[in-house]
Write a protein that binds this ligand. Sequence first.
Ligand SMILES: [Fe+2]
Length: 196
Amino acid sequence: MTSFLTPPLQPLRIVFDSIGESVEPAGPVLTRRMSSLEGLFAAEELRLAAVEAGDPVVYTVASSPVPELPRELPQSITTIQPGDLDGELYMTKGHQHPDPQGEIYLCLRGEGGLLTFDGTTTSWIELTPGAIGYMPPGWAHRSVNTGSEPYQFLAVYPGSAGHDYGWVIENGMGERIFRSPTGVVRRPFGITGGLR
Ligand SMILES: [Fe+2]
């Protein structure tokens, strides 16, 4: 694994390999398996069963080497695998920026969506290749794969924004995203169990 570059940086050409799910030059790569998503799905007992059954990768985040420092603009590509637990679609942990700043996600591949929550209001934005989802400052965000193929997006974010995953554990996201026979369904966050 390559780590972040040390400032001052030189202008840089960065290539994202959508199929290989890699970045060149490479920065840190994060792999989130089912075992690292405790307490995030409504069906916690099914998550535990999935961990026992082989602990599948739910998503990866491959970053460029641009460091997470003030005034820098780091980038990463996230690839979420298709799947669900009792209908609740595979998703990222979701986070809030401790230093409230905006961020963009550009969809590269697959079908998915961006769930955002400001503590009161929930917003859902469907994304397909070429579409950009924008998160204003103060909106926690989580990505969801709503399709049957890997869902991939490029994130560009302020280097000093930070990642607070505990905020989502504490406050939830307002809604959960499920698949159903008729398509994608948004349901209140507090539900237990899924759609059968
Ligand atoms: Fe973010």
